[in-house]
Design a protein around this ligand. Structure first.
Ligand SMILES: Cc1cc2nc3c(=O)[nH]c(=O)nc-3n(C[C@H](O)[C@H](O)[C@H](O)COP(=O)(O)OP(=O)(O)OC[C@H]3O[C@@H](n4cnc5c(N)ncnc54)[C@H](O)[C@@H]3O)c2cc1C
Ligand SMILES: *[C@@H]1O[C@H](CO)[C@@H](O)[C@H](O)[C@H]1NC(C)=O
Ligand SMILES: *[C@@H]1O[C@H](CO)[C@@H](O)[C@H](O)[C@H]1NC(C)=O
Ligand SMILES: *[C@@H]1O[C@H](CO)[C@@H](O)[C@H](O)[C@H]1NC(C)=O
Length: 500
């Protein structure tokens, strides 16, 4: 059967005047593989060729640096379509990559050249189980669809904080979100998954399988998830509130000292409190230096308690804002809604240089502020950049035994990352940006006193080590490598933070 497919591909490549067959996609604009797939896919599946609106929408990415190159987009409408695509692609020796929300920015994905994009967009179903304790989601569902559909059923689960990323893009690498203090990471909610493996076989996995451990933290490496069943919860605290403070740069020390003291509380941050800050440039607020936006989010309240806000009022913000509402307002408040800037795909480079921290080192915060300030002045192309400091509550994450999943750094308190944003402007600017990103995280790492440098895989730039992404313990690396060898020996799923 595979021989027949290969022979057809060969014949088609001759028609297109090109060979070997693996080159036919590029030279024939995806036509040969289109003909091969047509008869195998379900009626609802779509194929987009370059030049069409569908193709443009499906291949538009949040970050354009080292983006994968695609010659054809296939949009499966049932799980079996994914199997068929993988089998045809294997037989033609053409690479493929699952794409979901299109926000995966790690530069390793750029190694996919002239491949098939499997756009998961149509696999977006939601089904609550009879007992109401789990729900099964299509493998292409986005965060907002998860939250909104569960909400109408009186349920919720952990998703990323951003409406426009998928459930599985973040979840396969752990997945941080507003509900993690209660329930753990996105990956901690998984109960079972239907996965198309590198062979094209569709198989159901759960905690009884040897692969399960790896799917919770290193899951991008093993297959394409067509459906996931996750734990869901009754909505206990629909109401949330936020307060935001805007400070000028002279307040760096006072702010991060107070966050350590009043919010982090040696890792015992209250479960109903989340904090979040970032440096950014806004010449109308300060023409020479970045300003600092700091948010406190509180669950189960219509206004953030003054016990949390007073120390930050005392620092002397330039301005403050506050509102009460529901859980569903959080993305809008924090600037992560579908219509907020981070959700736009506007042809920019967006690269992050993450580092996990336990506590803010106040002197190091000053140093990175100063460097961020001077570098974004010296290189105006970078002046739309942000420096993010995310302080989610962590109880639910820490409650899960550290060795029990591939997610490597449960003890972390803070997720910190410069996000360098700029219009693509050539190799020199790319080098300047990457050097700045590395310098900023090196300052924080060196000041942290930590022996191990963890760089959250879903924020990673792409030049980090496997230890930085997946953990320093040799048993972790060995176990991941053995599973990779067993389930994906040819490295078909080795574009997003590859283990091997
Ligand atoms: C604005 C913004 C906000 C973010 N907020 C958060 C956050 O709150 N929490 C957090 O943890 N992370 C967050 N992230 C990081 C996020 O986890 C990664 O960017 C992630 O890769 C996005 O997934 P995606 O589906 O949008 O991207 P895609 O590029 O579509 O997917 C990323 C990779 O995931 C794999 N993949 C996707 N779907 C499947 C599938 N069904 N089966 C198998 N593999 C699959 C593929 O390898 C793909 O290359 C955020 C990123 C951005 C840009
Ligand atoms: C996994 O699925 C199998 C088959 O349905 C079932 O027998 C087993 O109990 C499940 N294991 C777990 C841990 O849920
Ligand atoms: C901010 O979040 C960190 C990380 O969880 C926490 O340690 C700190 O107490 C929080 N601060 C506030 C003000 O919530
Ligand atoms: C960035 O630099 C440009 C050019 O100097 C300037 O016009 C713009 O206002 C700056 N933007 C920010 C956010 O600092």
């Amino acid at each position: 059967m595979e021989v027949v497919v290969a022979a057809v591909a060969w014949a088609l490549s001759a028609v297109c005047g090109s060979f070997p067959p693996s080159n036919t996609l590029g030279l024939c604009g995806g036509k040969p593989i289109e003909s091969l797939l047509r008869g195998k896919l379900s009626a609802g599946a779509q194929i987009y060729l370059s030049g069409s609106d569908g193709y443009a929408k499906a291949t538009n990415r949040w970050s354009v640096l080292d983006a994968p190159t695609t010659n054809i987009v296939v949009v499966p409408s049932v799980a079996n379509d994914v199997s068929e695509i993988v089998k045809v692609a294997n037989s033609m020796n053409v690479p493929y990559l699952a794409v979901n929300g299109g926000h995966g920015a790690i530069t390793t994905v750029g190694k996919m050249k002239g491949g098939i994009e499997i756009w998961m967009d149509s696999l977006n179903s939601v089904k609550l189980s009879k007992d109401g304790k789990t729900a099964t989601f299509g493998g292409g569902i986005l965060s907002k669809a998860v939250t909104d559909s569960l909400w109408t059923l009186g349920k919720q689960t952990v998703t990323g904080g951003c409406e426009c990323t998928s459930l599985l893009g973040p979840g396969l690498g752990g997945g941080h979100g507003f509900m993690q203090g209660r329930h753990g990471l996105i990956a901690d909610q998984f109960v079972s998954m239907d996965i198309v493996l590198a062979s094209g076989k569709l198989q159901t996995f759960n905690a009884s399988s040897d692969l399960w451990w790896a799917l919770q933290g290193a899951g991008h490496n093993f297959g394409i998830v067509t459906a996931v069943t996750s734990k869901v919860y009754d909505i206990e605290h629909p109401d949330w509130a936020y307060v935001s403070f805007l400070y000028t740069g002279d307040k760096v020390e006072a702010l991060y000292r107070s966050i350590n003291k009043y919010l982090l509380q040696d890792g015992a941050q209250p479960v109903h409190i989340i904090n979040y800050s970032f440096f950014f440039n806004d010449p109308s607020l300060d023409p020479h230096k970045p300003v600092i936006m700091f948010y406190i989010l509180q669950e189960g309240a219509s206004a953030v308690d003054t016990v949390y806000t007073q120390p930050f009022i005392d620092i002397g913000p330039l301005m403050t804002n506050a509102a009460g509402g529901s859980y569903k307002d959080l993305p809008e408040w924090t600037g992560n809604a579908n219509d907020s800037p981070p959700c736009q795909k506007s042809g920019l480079v967006n690269i992050r240089f993450p580092i996990d921290l336990q506590v803010y080192n106040v002197q190091a915060q000053r140093k990175v502020y100063d460097l961020f300030a001077s570098a974004t002045q010296e290189t105006p192309a970078l002046n739309g950049s942000l420096f993010l400091f995310e302080g989610y509550s962590t109880q639910g994450v820490k409650k899960v035994p550290h060795r029990s999943t591939a997610y490597p750094n449960r003890p972390a308190n803070l997720l910190v990352a410069p996000l360098l944003t700029y219009p693509p402007g050539g190799k020199k600017l790319d080098r300047t940006a990457a050097k700045l990103g590395e310098s900023l995280r090196t300052i924080l790492y060196e000041a942290s006193g930590l022996k191990e440098k963890y760089t959250y895989v879903n924020y990673a730039f792409g030049d980090e080590t496997k230890q930085n992404w997946y953990g320093y313990e040799s048993w972790r690396q060995d176990r991941l490598k053995a599973l990779k060898h067993k389930y994906d020996p040819l490295g078909k799923f080795s574009y997003y933070a590859p283990i091997a």
